[in-house]
Design a protein around this ligand. Structure first.
Ligand SMILES: C[S@@+](CC[C@H](N)C(=O)[O-])C[C@H]1O[C@@H](n2cnc3c(N)ncnc32)[C@H](O)[C@@H]1O
Length: 304
């Protein structure tokens, strides 16, 4: 930031407003006052950029109408509208994604699943005709787009119960030029791909399911509870309904001996799901992937 920018009265006024009222969510620590204002400033200038990318874009001068727009955007943010829904962008694994209230905003913690999936793809190695990868509960399509971008030969499928999420995932596939290689379907969990064509053929199946108990969903911060789709978080009485169904149904789709399942779990769910997978004769090589605090946030297992 230059000295002139630092001293811009418009910047300083809006900075003070945000500093006084902004509540930063624990799962989006990167959205500081400075990052937030920079992203909103760019939005007011007509530049849609994720909070993570905002500091890499030069700040243009704003005319009178844009300055007024900035003040309105700051008000919106202070009213609790998620920053990424205002900017219309979120970064995930270094790629920009379109965001809208039809799907959950991709979280940094899900990059553990993204990185695990990329590692597994490398471990699986070459497959004649390209590796077949399916992502379930795909939301904005962040994970399948990462897979298709990482592996130009991969045949990628993805699905979500929400039609709005599937529509957004289509937009994101298009944004990254992989719409011809990511097949998007709407439906309940694995059902859209639970057909003879897919049985026993999938090299990697991933999922970031809803895993918060229905009771805890009611206690989510207002910014999440009011603006992001409830369906993305509510995982039944104990938050384990969808992962349990995933573990039961995935073996039908996975390639025997070489197909991998990898999915994100909630904080504290690691030991339960680790045991459940280890006891399941359909799986072998069960692995828990920890976050930086040592908590298991992703489980991976190979089809026996
Ligand atoms: C935690 S979000 C994950 C979104 C995205 N994969 C990500 O990581 O950012 C869970 C997603 O599961 C979807 N979902 C919830 N129940 C589902 C079901 N029974 N079948 C398929 N998708 C479901 C929600 O619509 C939501 O998009």
């Amino acid at each position: 930031m230059t000295m002139t920018e630092t001293l811009s009265p418009l910047w300083q006024d809006q900075f003070k407003r945000l500093e006084a009222g902004l509540k930063v969510l624990h799962d989006k620590p990167e959205e500081t006052v400075e990052v937030c204002l920079q992203a909103l400033w760019l939005k007011a200038a007509g530049i849609a950029v994720s909070p993570q990318r905002a500091d890499q874009v030069a700040r243009p001068e704003l005319d009178g109408a844009q300055a007024k727009a900035l003040a309105d955007l700051v008000t919106e943010r202070l009213d609790g509208v998620p920053l990424s829904y205002i900017t219309g962008r979120q970064s995930f694994m270094g790629l920009e994604f379109i965001t809208n209230p039809g799907a959950m905003i991709p979280r940094k913690e899900t990059e553990i699943l993204g990185r695990t999936a990329i590692d597994l793809l490398d471990r699986i190695g070459d497959v004649a005709g390209g590796r077949r990868v399916i992502d379930i509960c795909t939301g904005s399509g962040n994970l399948p787009v990462v897979y298709a971008t990482h592996d130009p030969e991969a045949r990628v499928g993805a699905a979500d119960l929400s039609e709005e999420a599937v529509a957004l995932a289509r937009e994101n596939a298009k944004l990254h030029g992989v719409e011809g290689r990511v097949e998007l379907r709407a439906g309940d969990l694995l059902a859209p791909f639970d057909t003879a064509e897919f049985h026993g053929t999938v090299d990697l199946l991933t999922c970031n399911p809803p895993y918060i108990s229905d009771a805890k969903v009611e206690e989510l911060p207002e910014e999440i509870g009011t603006h992001e789709p409830r369906m993305a978080f509510a995982g039944g009485s104990f938050g384990i309904d969808i992962p349990k169904r995933l573990i039961a149904d995935a073996p039908r789709l996975l390639k025997p001996g070489t197909g991998w399942l990898a999915f994100e779990i909630g904080l504290g769910q690691g030991p339960f799901f680790l045991k459940r997978l280890q006891k399941n004769p359909e799986f072998t090589d069960v692995e828990g992937v920890p976050d930086e605090n040592g908590d298991i946030r992703v489980l991976a297992a190979r089809k026996a």
